[in-house]
Ligand binder design. Structure first.
Ligand code: 4AD
Ligand code: MG
Length: 442
């Protein structure tokens, strides 16, 4: 008998089928066993009664432990009450491999324990939903860019040049030469955009983040589109469009899982529509100062301290997003706090043509981007000001020597986007195997 995927049992109503999977859970009474069987595609309840299966098999079923791998045979029967709409009336079962003392039980486990058992934790319902939504988000981004004629141009992972400052570089010994793991594929996308007009890369990026926050990983995934002849205003629209598409596609596919498994309140996600809030850095600082004045909690009040010229901390972003029901595009950060490649506002060189997109409900920055400095002399000076070795950037300067044009792009962090959409407090559950300052395993 051919085996079917549990997600496909609807096609086999009334038929006898074989399912191959694992025992997710079980409860029993004297004459009945209710086995929750999962196969990765879905979970089905298989019911076995003494009268159908006989004493011997019934006893064997009673001894099955969590996560035993097994093949079950039975008839697919419609059942309106089950989430799947079907259940299996079991008539045979074979154990493939035993699973004594499975470590993750029904009782509550701490975060560290679960992260230590991540390789098994991935089997649970909640982790399944999160990682499936991650997949949908990644696919939505790729599809959207592909539909809009972007060319995928992979940026290298080993690189001789720092992109996002020198304080978070992981270095490696590259045959006696120092090479870094990439912090961002952007610089190479600038070459790609000037070659193809519109390009993107989608890959892992690495930062030696010494901060243990709910938003920081040392290895995370970023999509980085780059467009030639695009300026800041066009970039803001592009970020808006991309985020609207992502949220719409996730809601279309996962609304019920978000609500029922993750208990996500969808009110704010449904409001992810254009236009987003647009706020200059200047106005954002004024607003944060006002929030600080009104704040009663001395601890928060201190964290909200800000002067023009300072970068936002997590708390600044969190409190700012709580003032609005939609994502915020904060633009025009001080040049001094942004990376060397940012375009300076020609009328106000102390301000850069940069943007961060802050996700609502306290989530904060999920996208960073900007227009790139396209004037050779200004980039050269900036490389020197940032104390970067010019020879590693000669190729990058060539892009300003040979047919330089205005261009812009952004980087969207996948994990922070998953955390926001799924309503998770911490990014650790948004990636299959998280890497943080204090975690390199499993
Ligand atoms: O703002 P960032 O540093 O921007 C860049 O890297 C640009 N070169 C991107 C570009 O314009 N092509 O990073 C972009 C995004 C952040 O908004 C955040 O979502 C994510 O990457 N990110 C992190 N996510 C998890 N852990 C970290 N340590 C992260 N650092 C950045
Ligand atoms: Mg940033």
């Amino acid at each position: 008998m051919q085996s079917v995927r549990i997600a496909d049992v609807a096609k086999c109503e009334g038929q006898k089928v074989t399912l191959q999977g694992w025992l997710y859970n079980k409860r029993s009474s004297k004459k009945l066993h209710f086995l929750q069987v999962r196969d990765g595609s879905a979970i089905i309840q298989a019911i076995a009664s003494v009268s159908d299966v006989g004493e011997e098999l019934f006893a064997k079923l009673g001894e099955l432990t969590q996560e035993t791998s097994l093949r079950v045979q039975g008839t697919v029967v419609k059942d309106e009450r089950s989430p799947l709409g079907f259940e299996l009336h079991l008539n045979d079962m074979h154990v493939v491999s035993e699973s004594p003392d499975y470590p993750i039980t029904k009782k509550a486990h701490g975060d560290a324990f679960l992260m230590d058992h991540r390789h098994l934790w991935l089997r649970s319902k909640r982790q399944h939903v999160i990682l499936r939504i991650r997949h949908t988000i990644i696919k939505a981004i790729r599809d959207y860019l592909d539909e809009n004629d972007f060319v995928l141009v992979d940026s290298p992972i080993f690189t001789p040049n720092a992109c996002e400052g020198t304080s978070t570089l992981f270095d490696t010994d590259y045959f006696g030469q120092k090479a870094y793991l990439t912090q961002s594929g952007q610089l190479y996308q600038e070459a790609a955009a000037l070659a193809f007009g519109k390009s993107y890369c989608f890959g892992p990026t690495f930062r030696a983040e010494k901060s243990k926050t709910r938003r920081h990983l040392t290895e995370f995934w970023m999509v980085e589109p780059e467009v030639a002849y695009m300026e800041l205003e066009g970039l803001l629209n592009f970020i808006e469009d991309t985020l609207c598409v992502i949220v719409e596609r996730v809601l279309n596919k996962h609304e019920s899982e978000l609500e029922n498994v993750l208990e996500r309140d969808l009110t704010f996600l449904r409001k992810v529509q254009k236009p987003f809030i647009r706020l200059s850095y200047d106005d954002a600082v004024t607003q944060i100062k006002a929030l600080q004045n009104e704040c009663d909690d001395p601890e928060v009040k201190e964290l909200l301290d800000i002067e023009w010229g300072m970068d936002f901390g997590g708390r600044h972003e969190t409190e700012l997003t709580k003032c609005y029901d939609r994502p915020i595009l904060v633009h025009g950060f001080p040049t001094a706090i942004k990376a060397f490649y940012m375009k300076r506002d020609p009328n106000r060189p102390e301000v850069s043509c940069s943007v961060d997109c802050l996700a609502p409900e306290g989530y904060g920055e999920i996208v960073g981007g900007g227009q790139r400095e396209d004037r050779l002399d200004v980039v050269e000076a900036s490389i020197a000001e940032h104390d970067l070795p010019q020879d590693a950037f000669e190729w990058f300067l060539d892009l300003r020597r040979y047919g330089s044009v205005p261009h812009a792009g952004f980087g969207l962090g996948v994990e922070r986007t998953v955390a926001w959409i799924c309503g998770l407090h911490h990014v650790r559950e948004t990636i299959p195997f998280a890497r943080t300052m204090d975690r390199l395993g499993p």
